[in-house]
Design a protein around this ligand. Structure first.
Ligand SMILES: O=C(O)CCC(=O)C(=O)O
Length: 282
């Protein structure tokens, strides 16, 4: 899928933007599945294991923040995660043996879709190495006004930040002091036409702004790792497909990176959401 130049860019920078690479038929299937999910959400009055809704979500005017584990909600999301170019992209970057970890569909609804503060992903779901990466698919055009994903190039080679607040409670984002030290002027934002893919490594610092525009920004996120990356904490967004090998073969040996990783709270009994945690909603 990828050129050697693109692979080298990812290794050096910790991210990649692939513009308009998703074939139209996949995009049509994903959009139709997403419309079905939005219809289903009309019956939901409070966030649950599937739908993370904004406080002013109603049946008449749905406002979704996230669908958790869409691969378990509609067969086309799983077909896309397993059978499309996504897993080929992952294979080019972590492969040849690729394992699926989880998926989520972040909406960032029009006129107020939530900001995502600076954070890294791997502290949410530590693995024995840092091969995991997230591939985002823009289901519709995402311009700068729709608050695209923003990344800090090269930060995957830097430090891992503490995502607990001063009171010891997990916030899921950098403290204000750490966030202020991020050279935000070096951040790269990744807008793209519908069918573009964003890729970011699990250590890469990233964020996205509030969406105050009149257009929503549904971004489907799928997480993969090398097959030899093993998890050692509960998966916060668990899936019936977690751990499935989507390219190549299962690993016989686990690979361990010597760099330490922050441990998240024990989410084996359930997880609320990145949005609720970052906003400190109960
Ligand atoms: O939806 C976004 O803009 C970013 C999402 C994100 O960083 C995450 O879900 O970890």
């Amino acid at each position: 899928m990828l050129t050697e130049e693109q692979r080298e860019f990812y290794v050096a920078n910790g991210y990649l933007l692939l513009e308009e690479v998703v074939p139209a038929d996949w995009l049509a299937r994903l959009r139709a599945a997403t419309e079905e999910m939005i219809e289903r959400s009309r019956a939901v009055a409070a966030s649950d294991a599937v739908f993370d809704i904004e406080p002013d979500h109603t049946a008449a005017e749905p406002r979704l923040r996230r669908v958790t584990s869409p691969v378990d909600q509609h067969p086309d999301y799983w077909a896309y995660a397993r059978d499309s170019l996504l897993a080929d992209v992952a294979a080019d970057l972590v492969g040849p043996d690729v394992k699926f970890h989880h998926s989520k569909l972040n909406f960032k609804w029009a006129r107020g879709g939530a900001e995502v503060k600076w954070h890294q992903d791997i502290q949410y779901w530590p693995h024995t190495n840092y091969s995991p990466l997230t591939i985002g698919t823009y289901l519709y055009d995402c311009g700068m006004d729709q608050a695209p994903l923003g990344v800090l190039p090269g930060s995957h080679d830097g430090e891992l930040y503490d995502l607990y607040g001063a009171d010891g409670v997990w916030t899921g984002s950098l403290s204000e002091a750490d966030a202020a030290s991020v050279p935000a002027d070096q951040a790269v934002y990744l807008p793209g036409p519908a069918g573009s893919l964003t890729v970011h490594n699990c250590r890469t610092l990233h964020c996205s702004a509030k969406n105050d525009s009149d257009l929503g920004r549904p971004l489907l996120l799928n997480v993969y790792s090398a097959a030899d990356a093993m998890t050692y904490t509960a998966n916060p967004l668990n899936s019936s497909h977690a751990g499935e090998i989507v390219r190549g073969r299962p690993a016989r040996w686990a690979r361990h990176d010597p760099r330490p990783c922050l441990l998240p709270p024990d989410w084996s009994g359930g997880y609320t959401s990145l949005f609720a945690l970052q906003k400190r909603e109960s």
